[in-house]
Design a protein around this ligand. Structure first.
Ligand SMILES: Nc1ncnc2c1ncn2[C@@H]1O[C@H](COP(=O)(O)OP(=O)(O)OP(=O)(O)O)[C@@H](O)[C@H]1O
Length: 337
């Protein structure tokens, strides 16, 4: 649905040159909930601003449904923007207008038929479960409610794509989950493609099926969230994931003893059900202690991590590790005692 090809963006101000995006290639399919994660300065906002043409790239191509959006004339661009909704970290609501008035604005500028505006507002407020707030003003709403209004406004003109620029970053964890659940529901109901940028891996975990990790203007890693979570390839991705499970590291540091090995197993989906530990004990006569464990419930599957301490004869420990590798479980030796 969206192809980003060889995109480069260089800013130059006061003779200082910043290569914000160096060479970005991404393929976003219809119906994806596509996450773009990166540290501050990685180029996330620049990329999303290119997608709705608030910025122009220095070079490269962006195709949306096979159309080159960089070649659009004014009326094509206007039409494209109608079909591309956007939500922001700070909601960007007009304080002088009521909830209904904020949504009406998006419809008015798109020349929506006057008599259909009120029914459309009611329909949108039902979708975001805020029908009773139609006459309230933004100042009377919580952060989560404001973001719901912003979502309703972004959907007013039946967009095909919704761009979310750190839309949950100003919200507490519980409200963040509510908003992500709402976005997932809406995506299914309306068959939307959502592109979400964030600096939080838990947001990716709780909402996206695919993710691109940006680092210094490049794509460090890209793929299905389940693959990236179970087997992150780059240090930057490993760091993002590590932040979700800090307590495991403390356990490992605390448990290091000579003659024992500590391994981390990663397994996906159905592998969660396999009796791995009992098989290991029976086959190799090793002793196993579980130091830590977690299951990340992703949108498409689950990824489990187990941190095990192996003890007993060294040869049996080594054979156990070999067997785990052969069984195609992700295995990393964290401590080689
Ligand atoms: N208008 C601009 N003029 C000059 N440099 C800019 C401009 N906008 C962004 N940059 C620079 O481009 C780089 C990427 O910025 P961008 O805002 O895209 O990153 P980001 O990943 O969204 O960061 P954050 O999470 O902090 O918003 C940064 O070095 C930033 O300073």
């Amino acid at each position: 649905m969206i192809q980003i090809k060889n995109i480069k963006k260089t800013y130059t101000s006061n003779n200082i040159r910043v290569d914000a995006l160096k060479n970005i290639n991404l393929d976003i399919e219809k119906g994806d909930f596509y996450g773009i994660i990166g540290l501050s300065g990685a180029g996330k906002s620049t990329l999303i601003r290119l997608l709705n043409r608030l910025e122009e790239p220095t070079s490269g191509e962006i195709l949306v449904e096979q159309k080159d959006i960089l070649g659009f004339n004014n009326s094509e661009l206007q039409e494209y923007r109608k079909k591309t909704g956007m939500i922001f970290q700070h909601f960007n609501l007009m304080n002088s207008r009521s909830v209904g008035g904020n949504i009406a604005f998006a419809l008015e500028v798109a020349n929506y038929p006057k008599e259909k505006i009120k029914p459309r507002i009611i329909e949108l407020l039902k979708l975001v479960e805020l029908e009773d707030k139609i006459d309230s003003y933004p100042a009377q709403l919580s952060g989560g409610q404001k973001q719901r209004v912003a979502i309703a406004r972004a959907l007013a003109n039946h967009p095909k794509v919704l761009l979310s620029d750190e839309a949950t970053s100003a919200l507490d964890p519980k409200t963040t989950k509510n908003i992500l659940n709402l976005l997932k529901d809406i995506q299914k109901k309306l068959n939307l493609t959502i592109i979400l940028i964030t600096h939080q891996m838990e947001v990716i975990r709780d909402s996206c099926n695919k993710v691109a990790v940006l680092d210094g203007g490049n794509v460090a890693e890209v793929g299905e969230v389940v693959n990236i979570f179970s087997n992150p390839q780059t240090v930057i991705t490993q760091e993002f994931i590590k932040h979700l499970i800090p307590e495991e590291e403390a356990e490992v540091a605390f448990s290091q003893k000579s003659g024992r090995k500590i391994v981390k197993l990663s397994y996906v989906g159905v592998a969660v059900d396999k009796p791995i530990i009992s098989q290991l004990v029976r086959k190799f006569d090793v002793d196993i202690s579980i130091l830590a464990g977690s299951i990340d419930k992703l949108v498409t599957s689950s990824v489990g991590h187990l941190i095990l301490e192996l003890s007993g004869e060294m040869e049996k420990q080594l054979k156990s590790i070999e067997w785990l590798k052969q069984n195609k479980l992700g295995i990393e030796v964290l401590y080689n005692g």
